[in-house]
Design a protein around this ligand. Structure first.
Ligand SMILES: Cc1cc2nc3c(=O)[nH]c(=O)nc-3n(C[C@H](O)[C@H](O)[C@H](O)COP(=O)(O)OP(=O)(O)OC[C@H]3O[C@@H](n4cnc5c(N)ncnc54)[C@H](O)[C@@H]3O)c2cc1C
Length: 460
């Protein structure tokens, strides 16, 4: 599909040094953190919005598919060039253009690493709350395209709450500017929020205006262990009853705790622990000292067996260790992980854990769960050894039952990772035919030929 004429044109636009075609790199740029992909035909690294626009125009004229790529940490295959073609890696657009302390905002290019932006704004007393666990590798453009969340979403919301405006290149090459630096803007349809979470299927984001907050001066961290998951979930309800909104409220189940203990060789919790909560409150010093006492009381009322509070940064890091070691530790359980990020209304988290318990029994698979209890977003990891007869089929069945179950609980099949191609076959479990058709018509308005990131979000 990629003619030599198009290749020559792309080299002219971005310069030969910014075109990648060696087979190993094409494979690398053809996958994301899901590790399922297809090699790109060519990777181009444009250095400006103008170059992105020309690349899009050239691909469109040649009818060759093209896919925007950020940090490549996606968990749903969004950046994978499913139908081949050109991967447009935005990695050279990586400048923090402005941190505007007066207006509490930042203007950034899409490939600023999320953690670097956080560090830069914190140096001047400001705060960018969205904190996907991938923040050392994922970039703002990818976060906006996926509407990334993270542990702090309970109190601070997800990426969409911080996006004031965008510069983006349409598939046909035109450049648009949506929103503005003003915090209020109601002129016309909200194209900014339409592009947030659009998974690189509507436009290529080349600049982002982000809202910032003042950095909370104090933080307090507490870890509570429970006999079982019901106790931990009851503690979440108790906290909400006490009208405490923690900055983070992470829940970790027994299978996860066992896995981390095996991985690190260190017990992470007292023997017999069935679940753990990690709670952090932030804000002004005095408010934080009062709130952490209320958190302490609430978890004890719900039956916490052991409650630890960090009294300095080193202790805080130690309490968080279990959460940090969790993802890598799961590899010890089984080589393949169906990594789901389902979400239910907060009050239905107990039913979600009941559902997972049933799936464990029916599938005879390990399904370690952890997640953001405060917003009902639980990472349900169906672990499979593909060498075990029938295991893949049982995992597949468990996955579909999970999706049906969360939809029945009025939740959603994805709260963070997006649909990409991995979950595309399942969107009809959640969206009606009319809704899917409407979304596909929106897609066609932006991309009549279906060349920008084809095969994503929609089945078929
Ligand atoms: C260890 C780990 C932990 C994670 N934790 C979290 C978490 O806590 N919360 C969470 O939400 N996610 C998490 N993720 C998933 C992932 O990090 C997020 O989805 C992240 O936002 C992807 O960013 P990226 O820069 O890596 O994007 P990529 O993977 O490069 O791309 C993701 C999608 O965005 C599109 N895209 C990228 N850049 C642009 C652009 N400039 N314009 C238009 N479209 C673009 C791509 O086409 C693709 O569809 C985690 C992933 C890993 C590996």
């Amino acid at each position: 599909m990629l003619t030599s004429a198009l290749r020559v044109e792309l080299e002219r636009i971005v310069g030969q040094d910014h075109v990648i075609d060696d087979p190993a790199a094409l494979q690398r740029y053809g996958t994301d953190a899901m590790n399922r992909g297809t090699a790109a035909d060519l990777v181009v690294l444009p250095g400006s919005t103008g170059e992105v626009s020309q690349v899009a125009r050239a691909c469109y004229a040649a009818k060759v598919p093209f896919v925007p790529r950020g940090g490549g940490t996606g968990y749903s295959g969004g950046a994978v060039p499913l139908r081949g073609g050109v991967v447009i890696s935005l990695e050279r657009l990586n400048r923090i253009i402005e941190i505007d302390e007066e207006n509490l905002l930042a203007v950034v290019e899409p490939s600023v690493v999320t953690g670097d932006l956080q560090a830069a704004v914190e140096r001047v007393g400001l705060f960018y709350p969205p904190d996907p666990a991938s923040l050392r590798q994922s970039v703002i453009g990818g976060n906006v395209a996926e509407c990334a969340g993270g542990p702090r979403a309970f109190k601070y919301g997800t990426t969409k709450r911080y996006v004031l405006g965008l510069e983006a290149v349409l598939p046909t090459g035109e450049v648009i500017e949506t929103g503005s630096k003003a915090v209020k803007n109601v002129v016309g349809y909200d194209l900014t929020q339409l592009l947030v979470g659009s998974e690189g299927t509507l436009a290529i984001i080349t600049r982002v205006i982000l809202r910032l907050l003042p950095r909370p001066p104090a933080v307090a961290t507490l870890r509570a262990t429970f006999a079982d998951i019901d106790g931990a979930v009851a503690a979440v309800t108790e906290l909400l009853r006490a009208r405490v909104i923690p900055a983070t409220l992470e829940i970790i189940d027994a299978e996860c705790l066992e896995s981390v203990a095996r991985y690190t060789g260190a017990e992470m919790a007292p023997a017999g622990t069935g679940a753990m909560l990690l709670v952090e409150v932030d804000g002004l010093e005095q408010a934080v000292s009062e709130e952490i006492i209320r958190v302490d009381a609430a978890v004890r009322t719900a039956g916490a067996r052991e409650v630890l509070r960090a009294s300095n940064e080193a202790e805080r890091q130690e309490l968080w260790r279990v959460r940090r070691e969790l993802s890598p530790s799961l590899k010890l359980i089984a080589p393949v992980k169906f990594n789901h990020d389902v979400v239910v209304p907060r009050g239905r988290v107990p039913q979600l854990f009941d559902l997972v318990a049933r799936l464990r029994r029916e599938s005879r698979l390990k399904i370690p769960c952890f997640g953001h209890a405060g917003d009902g977003n639980i990472h349900v990891n169906i672990m499979v050894d593909p060498g075990e007869e029938g295991a893949m089929d049982r995992a597949q069945e468990a996955q579909v039952s999970l999706f049906r179950g969360v939809v029945a609980l009025e939740g959603s099949i994805s709260g963070e990772h997006g649909i990409g191609f991995a979950k595309a076959p399942y969107i009809a479990l959640e969206l009606s035919p009319v809704e899917i058709d409407l979304m596909q018509r929106v897609k066609r308005v932006f991309d009549p030929e279906g060349l920008l990131n084809p095969g994503k979000i929609f089945p078929g």
